[in-house]
Design a protein around this ligand. Structure first.
Ligand code: ZN
Length: 287
């Protein structure tokens, strides 16, 4: 397994981790100043500063992306909504290309309207079919840009609102269906917060292999967890066996970044510099 204790070359910061403290241009500077060479930004953070300005700043600071957040949310209540989702995913891919991202992360969506507390229906099988069709349609544009799509399975507690793909096995079944040749255009983002509990995790990481393992997100699972979305833990503060999982990833051929992604009301209330310094220390010692 790679030694993370001596250098920061494989550390990436998902910029949601400090989104309450700083705008994206400041985050890039604060990361670069600390020797963090990679980030994964969110579309709204990029838009708030400007796509071209961010692209320039990434180049001038020598910062790379470990992924771009995010595409997806394919299901909709009607045909107009389905088309709008496809258009939005094309735009996300174009932005990702401008920023030279290695992949577009997909949070695939589920019951339309559920995120706002008003699900249009309860047919999760329909949502899954729309996700499959949406990814299939988006894959053509992704191939033309040479920019892979990374399906991120989300913990089943978010199956209604955010993603009807909830295990790595389910995500990989879809990859096999839509990209049987393992072309590299479609794969998965393994976010340990969502999949750490899965008894098939090791087996499915091995199944995915190098071509399908496009991103690796780390944080920790706190006990107790007080909020389903915004109570992620700092690495080392919870129960996820981070190094064991990283060993599985690397044994399967993954050689990319460990991306720290922490949505946390606790960490958003801390000074941004303290958060980044803590990420660095935990990356060196427990990731
Ligand atoms: Zn993630």
């Amino acid at each position: 397994m790679r030694d993370f204790s001596q250098d920061l070359s494989q550390l990436s910061i998902n910029t949601a981790t400090v989104r309450k403290q700083w705008p994206l241009d400041r985050i890039i500077d604060e990361c670069a100043r600390r020797g963090i060479r990679a980030i994964a930004p969110w579309r709204d953070q990029v838009a708030a500063v400007g796509l071209d300005a961010i692209a320039r700043q990434l180049r001038s600071t020598g910062t790379r992306l470990s992924g771009y957040c995010r595409g997806g949310f394919f299901p909709a209540k009607d045909a107009t909504g389905l088309r709008a989702a496809l258009d939005d995913n094309r735009r996300a891919l174009d932005e990702a290309k401008t920023l030279d991202a290695p992949c577009l992360v997909l949070v695939v969506g589920s019951l339309p309207g559920a995120l706002d507390g008003q699900p249009a229906h309860r047919d999760i099988a329909r949502a899954r079919a729309e996700v499959r069709d949406g990814i299939a349609a988006t894959l053509e544009h992704a191939r033309s840009l040479g920019l892979p799509l990374a399906i991120e399975p989300l913990h089943p507690m978010q199956a209604a609102e955010r993603a009807c793909i909830n295990t790595l096995e389910q995500a990989l079944d879809l990859c096999d269906e839509l990209d049987p040749a393992r072309s590299g255009a479609l794969g998965v983002a393994v976010d340990l917060y969502h999949v750490w509990w899965d008894p098939k995790l090791a087996q499915q990481i091995a199944r995915a292999g190098r071509e399908r393992l496009l991103a690796f997100h780390v944080c920790d699972w706190l006990t107790p967890t007080r909020d389903l979305l915004n109570d992620r833990g700092m690495m080392g503060d919870g129960v996820i066996e981070l190094q064991r999982a990283r060993a599985w990833m690397e044994a399967a051929g993954y050689a990319g970044h460990a991306e720290v992604e922490i949505f946390s009301d606790h960490w958003w209330a801390q000074p941004g510099g303290l958060v980044l310094d803590t990420c660095i220390e935990r990356y060196r010692t427990v990731v």
